[in-house]
Design a protein around this ligand. Structure first.
Ligand code: MCF
Ligand code: ZN
Length: 333
């Protein structure tokens, strides 16, 4: 594929469904906040100023250490603006972001509402100035346990509406079982929220199966290790379950040794609804345009494949129909 074609692919309009708000913070942004607040961040950055981690569990602790400098609704408003500027530069026209009441207000409903208000204002401003639409997925953290997850579900239920459109779970897949969180997911479902959970990233296909059976989710964060069980892959197809695939994240965290060994293309060929996201872009030295470029170079994906991916993503977005229609129009433009 020639370079002109690659440049065109990088510039395509995109939809991103899997993006952790703190994980999208540029290192310079976090360093700036740490300086302002006189906080020392030990062991967070490498010598070149990027985030430093050695494996999956270490990544989760560095994520939390870096995030510890975000302490107020105003900090999150600034973060949201910075993240949306970067998304817009990458051609993203619609994004959904994971935000957690545990990080925003320590699980307190009142504090959460204040954080959310600030984030939403920043999102509305970016919609006007940059033409990018953002929606939120309240996310519980698996390694904080089921009781904390219920508190997050309560925050989610209190703020469900046109901006908070989903409920999900991230964090350490080695801790507990999906079904331990069924109560929290049921609460969120009853509040009208759409559901997704991280599964089949660090652990294998059984996690994906449990997510479908025990949490009755309609999308799965990652889910790529489902490929190790082809009957399960067929179940994903039959149930129309959408995978939020983050290839750069998977390679950087060592789930696969390289993109060429990643199952995204094989999952797509078998009929699974795959979408493409960055997860925590600066942590994994990636952007949406970089993901598109790498997929084009590795699997020969052309404009038609990317248009199909973007359409699948827009169809799987948790926003209302009016917003979805507007997004579809942007993709067709
Ligand atoms: O998808 C990656 C890796 N797998 C699991 N969890 C996370 C990922 N990026 C961030 N997270 C976690 C993070 O550690 O999500 C939570 C934090 O606990 C934040 S959600 C706003
Ligand atoms: Zn994630």
């Amino acid at each position: 594929m020639d370079e002109e074609r690659i440049a065109a692919i990088r510039g395509l309009p995109k939809v991103e469904l899997h993006l952790h708000i703190e994980g999208a913070a540029p290192p310079a942004f976090i360093r700036g906040l740490a300086q302002e607040k006189n906080v020392r961040l030990d062991g967070v950055f490498d010598e070149r100023g990027g985030y430093a981690f050695t494996d999956f569990v270490h990544f989760l602790s560095v994520y939390e250490a870096a995030t510890s400098v975000l302490k107020s609704p105003e900090d999150y408003a600034r973060l949201t603006t910075a993240v949306l500027e970067e998304c817009a530069e990458n051609g993203v026209v619609y994004a959904e972001t994971f935000i957690s009441p545990d990080f925003c207000g320590g699980g307190d409903v009142g504090a959460w509402q204040e954080y959310l208000h600030a984030i939403r204002e920043a999102s509305d401003r970016a919609e006007t100035s940059l033409g990018i639409t953002l929606r939120g997925i309240v996310t519980c953290v698996r390694h904080f346990g089921p009781e904390t997850a219920k508190r997050s579900a309560l925050c989610a239920a209190e703020t469900a509406g046109d901006w908070i459109v989903g409920f999900g779970m991230g964090g350490d897949e080695n801790q507990g079982k999906q079904r331990d969180f069924a109560y929290a997911f049921d609460m969120a479902r009853e509040a009208g929220l759409r559901l997704t959970t991280h599964a089949g990233e660090w652990r294998g296909p059984r996690e994906v199966e449990d997510a479908i059976t025990d949490l009755r989710i309609e999308r799965i964060g990652h889910g790529v290790r489902a490929y190790e069980d082809l009957a399960l892959v067929d179940k994903l197809v039959e149930n129309g379950i959408v995978l939020e695939v983050c290839p750069g994240s998977n390679v950087n965290l060592g789930v696969y040794p390289s993109l060429s060994r990643h199952p995204i293309e094989r999952l797509r060929e078998r009929g699974v609804k795959v979408t493409v996201s960055t997860d925590d872009p600066p942590f994994f030295h990636t952007t949406m345009a970089d993901e598109y470029e790498a997929l084009a170079r590795t699997f020969g994906w052309d404009e038609e494949v990317f248009a199909e991916i973007a359409r699948t993503s827009a169809e799987a977005a948790f926003c209302d129909e009016e917003t979805r229609k507007a997004v579809m129009k942007r993709l067709d433009a």
